[in-house]
Design a protein around this ligand. Sequence first.
Ligand code: SAM
Length: 280
Amino acid sequence: MAGTLFVVATPIGNLGDITYRAVQILNQVNLIACEDTRHTHKLLHHYGIKTTTISYHEHNEQQRTQELLELMRNGSDVALVSDAGTPTVSDPGFRIVQAAGESGIPVIPIPGPSAVITALAVAGLPTDEFLFVGFLPSKAAARQNKLKQLVSVQATLICYEAPHRLAATLKDAASILGDRRAVVARELTKLHEQIKRGQLTELAQHYGAEETPRGEIVVLIDRNPIEPAITSIQSSVSEVVARLETEGMDHRLALKRAARELGLSRAEAYRQMLSERKKD
Ligand code: SAM
């Protein structure tokens, strides 16, 4: 009989944040696949878990997936863990979960912490709809483009960010998304936990003025406070297309880019542009 793949969430800081079931499963599986074996050993040592470990990270993901599938086909149970939080969430693991599912190997979640949900729970921003975008691109131009795509999203926006890019990201977000309410959640569940709330411009100024903050960070941004009126979207398709054309882009490409910037499908952008022209 085939074994099982358990996807096990581990603490994001405080070692106490692990479930009874996670400890039980980590004790009973044949093998624990870890993003970094040395890192996971600290957790295993803390709980007296002696199960064998093997590395599974972004550089050996493809090869290891095959090896682990073979072991599970032959009856071994494997637990997948990452350095912190829920594996596969901005972490390796998606490949093996997909492959196991496709091979008919049972995949069982052992839920627990994830920084995105932990931060959302204490941010005090609406939680009915949220969009987690992982890490924003590190290069300024790509990051700004990504933020432009998010302008009209009617949901709390959440991203992970590196400390040395925090101030720049907050500044870009303020100028592209507008001065919305936001929260910076840093070092959650750890000794120097900090949850800082404010307007994007205030937070950009705060983190721009002090030396690079330490630790791990989640940024949360309130939804656009103004529901985008259909008419303003319609006019902005033409505006964006016109702007891109004056920058030398041909019409087809400009429409494609405008659609992306405004978070619309190409067909929708085209339809809105035509409807606006009719009104003129
Ligand atoms: N799999 C993890 C999860 O479920 O949250 C995320 C892994 S991702 C590689 C690491 C990023 O998550 C960090 O750079 C930071 O943005 C965020 N993060 C992880 N732990 C955190 C913590 N204790 N406080 C704030 N952010 C954290």
